[in-house]
Ligand binder design. Structure first.
Ligand code: NDP
Ligand code: HSE
Length: 447
C-alpha cells in the first residue's frame, strides 16, 4: 500500500457531512485497504465554525471554502453543502486545481450538469454523484455502467424520501401534513428548504439526472414537468383507497414509442395496492428501470438521511481515490443521442377525475359526452351523493359529508389518453353549467 495519503477536503458538515466524517474516521483502515492508500482529511468547510460537532476534529474546520479548494494539493473534494452558489464556483475551482469532486447535490447537477462534466473532463478529473439520487441506493452507477450495453426505455419510481414519509404517515397513522413534514425534517430527510421536497423540485432534479443518464441525452430540471404533493387532498387519498390504490409521489422518465424523444415528469399519482411501489414505506425509495434486454429491474433502499447518503458518498470517494492512484478517470457524461424532451401534453396515461356536479337527471350523459368529444375513453364512473331519483346508471354510494344539497360527486377513471386530450376534456367540463367544480385530477400509474 502507498503510504503517502490521498488528501480529501469536505465542503459541508451537516446531516450528510457529519456522517461522512464519522465513517472516514472510524473506517479509516478498511477504506485505506480498499483504495490502496490512506485518506487524509485535509479540511472541512462550514458556515458556523464554533458549533459543537461530535467526532469532528475542530482544527480542520474553516469558513474559507474557497481557500480550501484552492490549496492545490487536494485529490478529492466532497461537496455536501447543497444549492447552486457558491457551490458551483467551489466545484469548478476544485477541478481547476486538479481535484476530483464527489457531490450529493442534485439541484446543481440537474441545473448545470453538462457544464460541470465538461469542466471535469477538461481538467482530467472525476465528477461523481451517486448520493444525489435515491440516497443509499446504487442507481447512478448501475445505469451508467452496468446497463451501458442495454437500452433503457423507462425509469419509474419514488425518489423523494420526505414526501414518501409524509404520505405514509398520513395514510398509516392519520398524522396531519405539517406534523409529518416536521418529523421528516427532524430526522434529517428534508432539504434545507423543504419546499424543494413538497413542491417536487427535489424529485424533478433527480428525474432530470436519471433521464439524462438512462437515455444518454441532456435533461435539465426545466425540462421536467412538476406537480407538488401540496395538491393532494385527504379526499384524493380516500378515493384512492376506494379504488384499491394508494397515492405516491412518482418520478417517471420515458422514451417515446417511436424512440425519437423522451419525457420526464414528477407528480403525485394513484398506484394499485398490488404494485410493489405501494408498499414502499417511510423515507425509503424504490426505482424501476425497464431495459430492452435486462427487462424490469427494481432498486430499493433508504432514500434519505445522513448515514445512508454518506454510504453513497463514500462509495464514490473510494472510486475517485482509486482513479487518482491509477492516474485515470471513470466514465464521464454520455449525451450522444441528443433526444429532445417532449412536452407533458404528449404523455399518455390513465386519469382519475373527481367532479362536483348537479345531482339531477342527464348530468352523467352530458359529462360522458364531453369525454367522448375529446376521444378520452371512460373506464369506470362512480357517483357519490344522495342521487335523488336522477336516473343515472352508476354505482351509487352514500354521500360523503359536506357536499351541498342537490350536488353529487362524480368520479371518472379513464383508459389511457394523452395529457393534452385530458386537459382539453377538463376545460370543456368546466364550461358545463352542471359541473360545479373539478375537485381533483390525478394520474393513475403502475397498471
Ligand atoms: P445540511 O443543511 O444539514 O448541511 C449543510 C452543510 O453545509 C452545513 O454543515 C453548513 O454549515 C454547510 N454550509 C452551508 N453553506 C456553506 C457555505 N457557504 N460554506 C461552507 N459551508 C456551508 O444539509 P444536508 O447534509 O442534509 O445536505 C447536504 C447536501 O446533500 C445537499 O445537496 C442535499 O440535497 C444532499 N442530500 C441530502 C440528503 C439528506 O438526506 N439530508 C440525501 C441526499 C442528498 P454549518 O453546519 O456551519 O451550518
Ligand atoms: N430531501 C431529500 C429526500 C433527501 O427527502 O429525498 C435525499 O435526496
Amino acid at each position: 500500500m502507498r503510504t503517502r495519503p490521498l488528501k480529501v477536503a469536505l465542503l459541508g458538515c451537516g446531516v450528510v457531512g457529519s456522517e461522512v466524517t464519522r465513517i472516514l474516521t472510524t473506517q479509516a483502515d478498511d477504506l485505506a485497504a480498499r483504495i490502496g492508500a490512506p485518506i487524509e482529511l485535509a479540511g472541512i468547510a462550514v458556515r458556523r465554525p464554533h458549533k459543537v460537532r461530535e467526532g469532528v476534529p475542530a482544527e480542520l474546520l474553516t469558513t474559507d471554502a474557497t481557500a480550501l479548494v484552492k490549496r492545490g494539493d487536494l485529490d478529492v473534494v466532497v461537496e455536501v453543502i447543497g444549492g447552486i452558489e457558491p457551490v458551483r464556483t467551489l466545484i469548478t475551482t476544485a477541478f481547476e486545481h486538479g481535484a476530483s469532486v464527489v457531490s450529493a447535490n442534485k439541484a446543481l447537477l440537474a441545473a448545470d450538469g453538462a457544464s460541470l462534466h465538461a469542466k471535469a473532463a477538461e481538467h482530467g478529473v472525476d465528477l461523481y454523484y451517486e448520493a444525489a439520487v435515491a440516497g443509499a441506493i446504487p442507481l447512478i452507477r448501475p445505469l451508467r455502467e452496468s446497463l451501458a450495453g442495454d437500452k433503457v426505455n423507462r425509469v419509474l419510481g419514488i425518489v423523494n424520501g420526505t414526501t414518501n414519509f409524509i404520505l405514509d404517515k398520513m395514510e398509516s397513522t392519520g398524522a396531519g401534513y405539517s406534523e409529518a413534514l416536521d418529523e421528516a425534517t427532524a430526522l434529517g430527510y428534508a432539504e434545507a428548504d423543504p419546499t424543494a421536497d413538497v413542491e417536487g423540485f427535489d424529485a424533478a432534479a433527480k428525474a432530470a439526472i436519471l433521464a439524462g443518464i438512462a437515455f444518454h441525452t441532456r435533461v435539465t430540471i426545466d425540462d421536467v414537468h412538476r406537480e407538488g404533493l401540496t395538491e393532494v387532498t385527504a379526499a384524493d387519498i380516500a378515493s384512492a383507497k376506494k379504488m384499491g390504490c394508494t397515492v405516491k409521489m412518482l418520478a417517471i422518465c420515458e422514451r417515446s414509442a417511436d424512440g425519437r424523444s423522451v419525457t420526464a415528469r414528477v407528480h403525485p399519482a394513484m398506484i394499485p395496492l398490488s404494485h410493489p411501489l405501494a408498499s414502499v414505506r417511510e423515507a425509503y425509495n424504490a426505482v424501476f428501470v425497464e431495459a430492452e434486454a435486462a427487462g424490469r429491474l427494481m432498486f430499493y433502499g433508504p432514500g434519505a438521511g445522513g448515514a445512508p447518503t454518506a454510504s453513497a458518498v463514500l462509495g464514490d470517494l473510494v472510486a475517485a481515490c482509486r482513479n487518482k492512484l491509477a492516474a485515470t478517470t471513470g466514465a464521464g457524461e454520455s449525451a450522444y443521442t441528443q433526444l429532445p424532451v417532449s412536452p407533458m401534453g404528449d404523455v399518455v396515461t390513465r386519469y382519475h377525475i373527481s367532479l362536483d356536479v348537479a345531482d339531477k337527471p342527464g348530468v352523467l350523459a352530458q359529462v360522458a359526452m364531453v369525454f367522448a368529444e375529446h376521444d378520452v375513453s371512460i373506464d369506470t364512473v362512480r357517483q357519490q351523493g344522495k342521487n335523488q331519483g336522477s336516473g343515472d346508471e352508476v354505482a351509487v354510494e352514500q354521500g360523503a359529508g359536506g357536499r351541498r344539497a342537490g350536488e353529487a360527486s362524480l368520479v371518472v377513471v379513464t383508459h389511457r389518453a394523452s395529457d393534452a386530450a385530458l386537459s382539453a376534456t377538463v376545460s370543456s367540463l368546466r364550461k358545463l353549467d352542471t359541473v360545479r367544480g373539478v375537485a381533483s385530477i390525478m394520474r393513475v400509474e403502475g397498471e
